[in-house]
Design a protein around this ligand. Structure first.
Ligand code: TEU
Length: 543
């Protein structure tokens, strides 16, 4: 097993800049805000920060619509602030990972402004156009945020293709000049000292709209290998692609240990389980627990030695895990820690989304408080289709992306210490109970649990290279597995629910309890609500 790649040992922390820390009181988080929190991040112990997009953008989709890839949006600061962040983070041994949005740009990008002028314009072919007649769409493909995926431009008498909002025209990767511009831009950022890149919806770049193909297009892996060769392979970077359509087979290509494509991908099979099959995430269904184990087990086993997993419960598009699959009421603390212990014992690079380390929860606002384009479009679409408002709101409360985007809860002061101004989105009302100030000094807090898990991963190689085996696959309450290498064996046992259960496993002999979420000792193999334990048996003590 290859232990030489720094990112196999690393824990990565995702920051959503607009919601993290506001230094200038305009209500939106910024780069200086992040710089002011580097001590906090170092204390937590993470190795790298993935920053959601900070490049210049009209913010139609909170920065995932980039109008200049080589400048910083004024709402977040300046290019000098970004250079300062990279430098200062380096002093705290933290690398900065940028978010590359390469599937589409903003319609306000210089390329697109040119492209829409005429068919002869040299930038026209940077985007995906189809001839047609106004009012007669090239086909019936839909955009992810609602409506048709085609938009008419009278100047050229053509439609352009957009998989996301109308302000996010898709880039045409078939054009080699476009690809070259992208590589030069990436190398420019690498030259500035960034530690890696997260690649937004990378499996959608090789679209073929005439055949209805969005992700996993025929040329996808050809493009990725060229991209990697021309950019990432020149430096010691971590790269993680967002790939909703990945299977373990595809993930072995993406994360091939020969480094020909990426370090790893985010795959979403586990996180899409609580929805009605074949429908949308808004169509809520209970989590099929045994299926969750089957999915994790399959990814852990199939990528062993052949690829690399990313491990996550949360990101800026997903609801808060403690509200989703834990219990954000009477077992808030126990379940937040259980979910952390369950995930961090597995093989792969763990990602912590801002506030997850505090057990931050979902919100249930009135529609006026939501800001996300996806949520707002869904709300009007479904009302128009005749859904009941209370049902639509129930879906939004459970799944809106804004659950993840409420401001980081730093302390008990007004606006949770996030801003001195008016926050761009309302703060979760529970910030007096759930905040960083209450937790950082307390070793028994959710924060303390995450910090300890990070420390353990660094100390014991079995976290990185141990072979995974799922136990009790059919059990209806318990999630248990082992990780084993030549000199030690890790056993993770979690009660995933709120009832006390008898665990049919033997208590391991000669094992030490590395971490658990109950203070008052263990009661043999009886697991209390959401109880989680991680044991280590070893022959060699690494000290
Ligand atoms: O997300 C890709 C994506 O497919 C999401 O829009 C997803 O469908 C949705 O969030 C789940 O309901 C990426 C970014 O992570 C997201 O924030 C962007 O909005 C999107 O790409 C477009 O760039």
């Amino acid at each position: 097993m290859n232990r030489d790649k720094w990112w196999k040992n690393a824990v990565i922390y995702q920051i959503y800049p607009r919601s993290f820390a506001d230094s200038n009181g305009d209500g939106t988080g910024d780069l200086q805000g992040i710089i002011s929190k580097l001590d906090y991040l170092e204390n937590l112990g993470i190795d790298a920060v993935w920053l959601s997009p900070v490049c210049r953008s009209p913010q139609d989709d909170n920065g995932y619509d980039i109008s200049d890839y080589q400048d910083i949006d004024p709402v977040f600061g300046t290019l000098e602030d970004m250079e300062e962040l990279i430098r200062e983070a380096g002093k705290h041994n933290i690398r900065i990972i940028m978010d590359l949005v390469l599937n589409h740009s903003s319609d306000e990008h210089r390329w697109f402004r040119e492209a829409r002028k005429s068919r002869e314009n040299p930038y026209h072919d940077y985007y995906v156009w189809r001839d047609g007649v106004e009012g007669e769409l090239p086909n019936d493909m839909r955009a992810a945020f609602g409506g048709s995926a085609w938009e008419w431009v009278p100047e050229v008498g053509q439609y352009y293709f957009h998989q996301f909002s109308v302000k996010q025209p898709d880039l045409n990767w078939e054009n080699p000049r476009l690809r070259r511009e992208i590589y030069d831009m990436i190398n420019w950022w690498t030259g500035k000292g960034v530690g890696g890149f997260r690649l937004d919806v990378i499996d959608q770049i090789a679209k073929e709209p005439d055949r209805g193909i969005t992700n996993n297009g025929p040329r996808l892996h050809e493009y990725l290998r060229e991209l990697s060769r021309e950019t990432f392979q020149k430096a010691d970077l971590v790269t993680v692609g967002e790939a909703w359509g990945a299977t373990p087979e595809l993930a072995k290509l993406y994360s091939n240990p020969d480094n020909s494509e990426l370090s790893m991908v985010f795959q979403f099979e586990h996180i899409c389980l609580d929805q009605v099959e074949g429908k949308e995430k808004w169509d809520l269904a209970p989590l099929p627990f045994q299926k969750l184990k089957e999915v994790f087990g399959r990814w852990q086993t199939q990528l062993y030695g052949k690829g690399w997993n990313s491990l996550f419960w949360n990101n800026h598009d997903l609801p808060r895990i403690v509200s989703r699959w834990g219990n954000d009421r009477e077992y808030w603390e126990e379940s937040a820690k259980m979910l952390a212990i369950l995930l961090h014992g597995m093989q792969g690079t763990p990602y912590i989304y801002q506030g997850e380390e505090l057990g931050m929860t979902n919100v249930a606002y009135e529609i006026e408080e939501y800001r996300d384009i996806e949520t707002l479009n869904l709300y009007s679409d479904r009302l128009e289709k005749g859904y009941k408002e209370e049902d639509v709101l129930r879906s939004i409360h459970a799944k809106s992306r804004d659950n993840a985007r409420t401001p980081m809860q730093w302390n008990e002061e007004e606006n949770a210490g996030f801003t001195k101004g008016t926050p761009w989105i309302r703060v979760n009302p529970n910030y007096r109970k759930i905040n960083a100030a209450r937790q950082v000094e307390d070793g028994d807090s959710v924060f303390g649990c995450y910090r300890e898990l990070i420390r353990l991963r660094r100390k014991y190689p079995v976290f990185v290279d141990g072979r995974f085996s799922m136990l009790l696959e059919e059990d209806e309450n318990i999630f248990a597995y082992t990780r084993e290498n030549e000199d030690s064996r890790l056993l993770v046992v979690c009660n995933f629910y709120g009832r006390t259960v008898d665990c049919p496993l033997e208590e391991p002999a000669n094992a030490k309890l590395l971490i658990s979420n109950y203070k008052d000792g263990e009661k043999a193999m009886i697991l209390r609500p959401y109880e989680a334990r991680m044991y280590l048996e070893e022959t060699d003590d690494p000290k």
